[in-house]
Ligand binder design. Structure first.
Ligand code: PAF
Length: 283
């Protein structure tokens, strides 16, 4: 597996592999990989002859006071794991390679339909940073396919919209959430949890399950379902940012005509200093 730091090197590799007639799949990550990321690499592997994973902790998507500096980095181990999954190359650019513009002068990509609600409300500017780095990675790699995890449900919806609005010929594939046996969605940030917090953390998934059961049973009192879920999280020791019942297609509040199967329950909540997000579709 090759480790590439420059845009020119990635373009060279992609050109060579395309000359060999291979398709290209991209798996964008911020590193500190876990089984969830590796499942993305496997989906990519099944879809293209050349798989490129990016490992880049993107400063643009972290707000002031967020965890950019202490975001866990484990590049050597990440490379071993990706190589074992048959990934062809890791693109790990220095910040100056991705953002050569002066501070504050970087062109931003904004997806207003998705960037200001839910996570965007709690983390202003976050999705402008995500959309910008993703479009840059797409322009650098020019993949046929890009794979993202469904744990970041809003991010996935935003990227689908970005690709549609900008007419990019890239197939965006969502891969299912990978959970620990007790239901906690795998996340790089789980390692911030103390042992006591880790024991509490699966309550987030259980709360989503309870909300989905209510909806599947025909309850359509969305504000009551959301309020009850927030209360359950508080009772477990979380400080909820939001619990929201939304349409999977556009993440807007449900309309009369929407069936339960078209809905997803999304949540973000803090446990001590750690902010966790999760979501569950109504079955
Ligand atoms: O989901 C992530 O890890 C990041 O938001 C992404 C898509 C790699 C962009 O930095």
């Amino acid at each position: 597996m090759q480790t590439l730091e420059s845009i020119a090197a990635v373009r060279g590799l992609v050109a060579a592999r395309r000359r060999d007639g291979e398709g290209v799949a991209l798996v964008p990550t911020m590193g500190n990989l876990h089984e969830g990321h590796l499942s993305l690499a496997r989906v990519a592997r099944a879809r293209a002859g050349c798989v490129i994973a990016s490992v880049f902790v993107n400063p643009l998507q972290f707000g002031p006071g967020e965890d950019f500096e202490r975001y866990p980095r484990s590049f050597g181990r990440d490379c071993e794991l990706l190589e074992a999954e048959g990934v062809d190359a890791v693109f790990a650019p220095p910040v100056a390679e991705m953002y050569p513009a002066e501070a504050g002068q970087q062109t931003l990509v904004v997806v207003p339909a998705f960037s200001r609600m839910l996570e965007g409300e709690s983390r202003p500017g976050h999705f402008d940073g995500v959309a910008t780095v993703v479009i840059k990675l797409f322009n650098i790699v020019m993949p046929d396919v890009a794979v993202f995890g469904e744990k970041d449900f809003q991010q996935l919806a935003l990227i689908r919209r970005l690709v549609r609005d900008l007419c990019l010929p890239i197939d965006i594939v969502g891969a299912p959430i990978v959970r620990d046996p007790d239901g906690l969605a795998m996340s790089s940030r789980n390692q911030y949890l103390s042992p006591a917090e880790r024991r509490v953390a699966p309550a987030l998934h259980r709360t989503l399950e309870a909300a989905c059961r209510r909806i599947a049973a025909g309850d359509r009192a969305w504000p009551a379902i959301e309020a009850e879920a927030c209360k359950a999280l508080e009772d477990s020791g979380f400080v909820p940012d939001y619990v929201a019942v939304r349409r999977t297609v556009d993440l807007l509040p449900p309309q009369e005509a929407d069936t339960a199967r078209e809905l997803v329950v999304l949540a973000a909540a803090r446990l001590g200093r750690t902010r966790l997000i999760d979501n569950l579709r109504v079955e």
